[in-house]
Ligand binder design. Sequence first.
Ligand code: CS2
Ligand code: MG
Length: 403
Amino acid sequence: MKITAARVIVCCPGRNFVTLKIETDEGLSGVGDATLNGRELAVVSYLQDHVLPCLIGRDPQQIEDIWQYLYKGAYWRRGPVTMSAIAAVDTALWDIKGKIAGLPLYQLLGGRSRSAVMVYGHATGRDIAETVDEVLRHQAEGYRAIRAQSGVPGLDKVYGVSGSGRMYEPADSHLPAEHDWDSAKYLRHTPRLFEAVRAAAGEEVHLLHDVHHRLTPIEAAQLGRSLEPYRLFWIEDPTPAENQQAFRLIRQHTTTPIAVGEVFNSIWDCKWLIEEQLIDYIRATITHAGGITHLRRIADLADLYQVRTGCHGATDLSPVCMGAALHFDTWVPNFGVQEYMPHSELMLSVFQCDWRFEQGMLYCGEKPGHGVDIDEKLAARYPYQRAYLPVNRLQHDGSLHSW
Ligand code: CS2
Ligand code: MG
């Protein structure tokens, strides 16, 4: 079998997605997600100009060899652009392998470890009362795990917070919007939010919270400790993870579980935090961490230390990523939870998927491969539109802040 064609499809059915389609001489094709939010076209060029010419004529069944060829062969290893491009190729090749075998992807990985995949939904509100309502709405829809975020009194706009039940879009403007930030206000407010949420939602539901890399290590330690009475499932990205020693400091002060890794792109980003047992959940996912082939290695390393997976699943990961992730989650022994921000109807008309949601769980389909395809004609009706994530400035003096 040979790869005869490979093309990149860029579309914007409500947000930008970059999709790779690989075709073979035997009529089978596969798709992979290469969406890197706010930097999409860099990956398009990486694929089109530098990767796709090397794929034509290769045997698509040699997934491992092609992965090694693209990773080691580039000389310039790692980084989000490179690893998203490799991930797209890898995902498309696993899709093709599933179609050759006539098996859903989870079967190729080793078979089913669980009946379904527990997901967490997003409850956001402009204030505590609105967030509590949203948490209760999610519980009524069957969610067993819910991430709660709310506006902070005295701050105009807070990332990840939309009003009245609307989903937020991570890249929401033509040029980066500017948000303001004040860690002291946030640290005062967040325990109040979770006091109210826990009281309203009861003991059973898993509660999660995303700090978006905004605190210093000692502030993150304070936050973790102040949330202990509400028994969170995790706090996510409490401090930027370039300085991994920071997590040692946080760990010394709090037993609130920690999740990190949505911006990680290789096992080398994860290794030390996992080996030193400084995190509890690893959030790397297929699209940004080198595909199924590489994420599997990260999960296996994590399993040695009882670190569980918690794959990133914001809407800027395309339905292709979500489809593949659900197969991965169905197999991976040390599964924790899967993030789930449902894509819009329009997005799901461009991408056909076969998963289903029921009582807080997602069920991957049984189609061969990962079960997601793209309608290229429809996709062509929604051309790329430049869009950025916001930036974050300190409220009192305008200096640019981590996020
Ligand atoms: C967030 C995302 O889902 C999450 O946990 O951190 O909204 C993230 O900021 C975006 O996916 C960035 O593209
Ligand atoms: Mg996050």
